[in-house]
Design a protein around this ligand. Structure first.
Ligand code: DX5
Ligand code: ZN
Length: 227
């Protein structure tokens, strides 16, 4: 089994056809579904809330990877957890209550992720790394799908990998990357240490989702073969 995980982002799906879109993604072998929650404050865009997550959870059996781009996540993290998030990632920049949110995530037996925006240095994660399961490195500015990958993210991913290794946390904490992932950038981020990949516009722009996912998997398999 591959040690890599691919998480399609519903942000770029055909929202009026979401049920079929999700079924297609499951059939094509997605590892999880990435759901981008935006509040119109922390980011200018406004997207999904707990009812949609609850609806998907009730009808589909695929892990839900919920990325909350919201101000004051301590106030509503529990709503997303109750709705059925299997992993909840909140932004380090959005709150001072990191530990309280992580405790709430644990209380719901979900996985805890911290998302980090492009301008935020990796060193800010240091006090939190031992308490979480995942870091979601944003490789675009949070808020919109379809943006170009920011090359400076590669350095950040490599730096995070080093930090995790230094503290013997590389097995405990997954490096995930979100934004601008394509058949070209996926190889670069994987080579720097990312193991989980959020993919939005690349996948949904492709006429055949399964083929696009297979292409990404074959790029990753090639990297695994080279190791
Ligand atoms: C951006 C979101 C991403 C987005 C990725 O704020 O967090 O998950 O959907 O989309 P692409 O792959 O198009 O950059
Ligand atoms: Zn996201």
């Amino acid at each position: 089994m591959s040690r890599y995980r691919i998480a399609p982002s519903l942000l770029s799906a055909d929202l009026l056809n979401l049920n079929d879109e999700i079924d297609q993604l499951i059939q094509a072998g997605s590892d999880e579904l990435h759901i981008d929650v935006m509040d119109g404050h922390f980011v200018p865009n406004l997207t999904f809330g707990p009812p949609l997550i609850k609806g998907i959870k009730a009808r589909k059996s695929i892990p839900l990877d919920v990325h909350i781009m919201i101000a004051n996540p301590q106030e509503s993290a529990s709503a997303y957890l109750k709705a059925g998030a299997d992993c909840l990632s909140f932004h380090i920049e959005a709150t001072h209550e990191h530990q309280a949110i992580i405790r709430e995530i644990r209380r719901h037996r979900a996985r805890a992720g911290i998302a980090i925006s492009p301008a935020t240095p990796i060193s800010r994660l240091l006090p939190l790394l031992q308490h979480i399961d995942k870091v979601l490195v944003m490789s675009v500015e949070p808020g919109f799908g379809g943006q170009a990958f920011l090359p400076a993210s590669l350095q950040k991913i490599a730096e995070l990998r080093e930090l995790l290794a230094k503290h013997k946390l590389e097995k405990q904490v997954t490096i995930a990357v979100d934004g601008g992932i394509t058949n070209e950038t996926i190889a670069q981020v994987a080579a720097c240490g990312a193991r989980s990949f959020v993919v939005g516009s690349y996948l949904f722009a492709a006429p055949d989702r399964r083929k696009a996912l297979d292409t990404l998997r074959s790029v990753l398999a090639q990297l695994e073969g080279e190791r």
